[in-house]
Write a protein that binds this ligand. Structure first.
Ligand code: IMP
Ligand code: MG
Length: 182
């Protein structure tokens, strides 16, 4: 079995680049149908979603715009837990069709907080497109509108997803090998 190693951890092939591209094409076609008559604003959540967002918008056959945001995480005090602040959004969302583009929805905390913040700007529609979704890890009331692949709660890298900042540039997606536990 082909393997790669990062930071002493072994990874195995999981989803090939061509399979990812084919699926993104289907998502683009679906968005094109669903958003006819609007000019959707795609909001790409950096860093992880950039390869997905770049491919997705090129599969959308209607006029569209793209904006990029980062989420600043910091620990709040007491029981507030982890708070995330949106950085970099200058576009007005009022009355727009907005599609948040994420690499992965895991616990759902990030997307839950983000969509709650964006809703305050009164978009006409607010949708979520995520390349990957781990439904078994979900802890929030979140249902992504466009999902590339539903996967089990395993750690993956590649196609934007990182291990401590590296491996985002891998064209394929790789999964942490069970061998690491042996
Ligand atoms: P959340 O748990 O849904 O809030 O996801 C938070 C973030 O965790 C995601 O945006 C990713 O950056 C990261 N993440 C979750 N699962 C994985 C994974 O399997 N590989 C790499 N990053 C992940
Ligand atoms: Mg992310």
């Amino acid at each position: 079995m082909k393997q790669i190693c990062y930071k002493g951890l072994k990874f195995e092939p999981y989803i090939e680049n061509q399979t990812i591209k084919n699926r993104i094409k289907e998502l683009g076609e679906q968005i094109t149908k669903d958003c006819q008559g609007t000019v959707p604003l795609f909001i790409c959540v950096l860093n992880g979603a950039f390869p997905f967002a770049a491919d997705l918008i090129r599969e959308v056959g209607i006029d569209a715009e793209i904006a990029f945001i980062r989420l600043k995480s910091y620990e709040g005090t007491g029981s507030t837990g982890k708070v995330k602040e949106v950085l970099g959004l200058t576009e007005s969302l009022e009355g727009r069709t907005v599609i948040v583009v994420e690499d992965i929805v895991d616990t759902g905390n990030t997307i839950h907080k983000l969509t709650a913040d964006l809703e305050k700007q009164n978009p006409a529609q607010l949708k979520v497109a995520t390349l990957l979704f781990k439904p078994q890890a979900l802890q929030c009331d979140v249902t992504p509108d466009y999902v590339g692949f539903e996967i089990p709660s395993k750690f993956i890298i590649g196609f934007g997803l990182d291990l401590d900042g590296i491996a985002r540039n891998l064209p394929d997606i790789w999964v942490l090998s069970e061998e690491n536990n042996q």
